[in-house]
Write a protein that binds this ligand. Structure first.
Ligand SMILES: Cc1cc2nc3c(=O)[nH]c(=O)nc-3n(C[C@H](O)[C@H](O)[C@H](O)COP(=O)(O)OP(=O)(O)OC[C@H]3O[C@@H](n4cnc5c(N)ncnc54)[C@H](O)[C@@H]3O)c2cc1C
Length: 282
């Protein structure tokens, strides 16, 4: 195992589908739900998009065989969005068909803002035919309140996160406080009017705000879920479960972990500290 592979292993379950499903089973045994992502994005050829689609078929089958409590998370640029929107949509529909047969759910991750409208357009088209699909909204984007209101109206299932990409000031709030404030506003819209929202964050203040709002408005803990990334804030996981909240862990696997690993390092100094400590310990 190379040094980088070793370091990435904190955030990535492994290279193969078996390792991912094993990680999910361990999480399930601790009362946690999961969503598995096959790493990869911005593929450039039809063959790569087809290979990713087939990997998701395999993943869905392995989850079913293991009777694991996990859905899947996919990125549309991994299915061909960058070069052929209709091919991407066809690949997504094939994954959704397979997921429906296996009674599973597919979350479409949200990527950089260049893809936001395209992703939401595809989502809205397929959502008229498939109910086992949900999408992601990023609180750092200025457009997100409007998107959440529209998506709530059609009863879309939304994961709310802060957003992980570098964005212009025109598209996104640049100050952390603004994205945090917007997160709380969107959280309230989702808890009050949404369809089983997922609140993806490691931020204690955001989590507390959601708990407080839910209590105040008598929204039961099974009406929404929290979500966190594999390898982050593990000590908090059992606490939330013990308090009766549903918590889903995003479990990435595969060999294309570099962009994902880089995003985790650049968003938190704690993650750099982990890397530095591991290097010093040897
Ligand atoms: C399940 C899930 C799915 C996601 N899907 C997407 C997606 O589709 N598209 C997208 O753009 N982004 C996605 N993200 C990433 C997300 O947008 C953020 O980049 C990432 O979650 C960091 O934001 P945060 O809310 O955790 O808060 P941050 O602002 O990064 O952190 C806030 C606070 O959280 C605590 N904290 C955070 N990390 C740590 C740590 N490692 N150790 C200790 N304390 C910590 C600290 O108190 C910190 O001050 C997803 C995140 C999750 C959890």
């Amino acid at each position: 195992m190379g040094v980088l592979t070793f370091l990435a292993s904190r955030f990535v379950a492994g290279e193969g589908v078996h390792e991912a499903v094993e990680a999910v089973c361990r999480l399930n045994a601790d009362g946690l739900l999961a969503t598995v992502n096959y790493l990869g994005e911005a593929v450039q050829t039809r063959a790569q998009a087809k290979a990713a689609t087939q990997e998701y078929f395999l993943l869905l089958r392995k989850i079913a065989e293991a009777e694991a409590d996990s859905n899947i998370s996919v990125k549309l640029t991994q299915l061909g969005l960058r070069f052929d929107e209709s091919l991407c949509e066809q690949n997504l529909v094939r994954i959704l068909e397979e997921a429906s047969k296996l009674n599973n759910f597919v979350r479409i991750d949200m990527e950089g803002s260049f893809y936001t409208q395209k992703t939401l357009d595809i989502f809205r088209r397929i959502f008229t035919q498939y109910s086992n699909v949900g999408v992601v909204i990023q609180s750092y984007l200025r457009r997100s309140q409007k998107d959440v209101r529209e998506l709530n109206r059609i009863r879309a299932r939304i994961r709310l996160c802060k957003g992980a990409y570098r964005e212009s000031a025109e598209a996104a709030f640049q100050l952390r406080e603004e994205a945090n404030h917007n997160y709380d506003v969107l959280m309230q819209l989702l808890l009050a009017h949404g369809n089983y929202p997922a609140l993806a964050t490691h931020d204690d203040a955001r989590i507390q705000a959601a708990k407080d709002f839910a209590k105040e408005h008598e929204i039961a803990p099974d009406q929404f879920e929290f979500q966190m990334l594999y390898g982050l804030r593990q000590k908090l996981w059992p606490k939330l479960v013990k308090e009766g909240y549903r918590l889903r862990i995003y479990v990435p696997y595969g060999t294309h972990w570099l962009s994902y690993f880089y995003r985790r390092l650049t968003e938190r100094k704690e993650n750099w500290m982990f890397v530095l400590r591991s290097l010093v310990r040897g």
